[in-house]
Design a protein around this ligand. Sequence first.
Ligand code: HEC
Length: 128
Amino acid sequence: MKKLALLCTILLFISCKKDEAQKESLYPETQKTPQQIQLELGQEIFDGKGNCFSCHKPDQKIIGPSITEIANIYIEQKGDMVAFLKGKAEPIVDPAQYEVMKTNFSITKNLPEEELKALEAYFFSFAK
Ligand code: HEC
């Protein structure tokens, strides 16, 4: 009897495992569009090593302007956010507060082009 119970448990375990594998294969990594992958990278940097989240929120001004406000202005004025983050373009959103933003160039200047573009894409995804 004990053996039977053990066998059932094992069978149950195996069938659950299979289920999980099937679920995963419905949404394989490769089905993400390049845009999705870029946005996810942008968000990862924004929330992680970029530390951008501590001064920028999606819809609300805290220390820095909201992501939506920045995105709208950059799209409207065709600003080059990648150049700005490299310290190579003038501020166009809130020049009076530029000194505060400038402190982050020590981080953003060292990010590869691909990651700066991902940050830009992430910002632009909040444009309204
Ligand atoms: C210490 C607070 C702080 C952090 C951290 C911060 N920002 Fe800012 N950011 C600001 C402030 C203040 C402004 C407004 C000044 C300005 O427009 O340059 C700003 C403005 C901006 C602008 C608009 C620049 C313009 O043209 O005027 C962009 C783009 C931006 N931040 C991106 C980022 C990104 C990306 C990160 C993370 C790597 C980040 N910020 C982290 C405070 C911060």
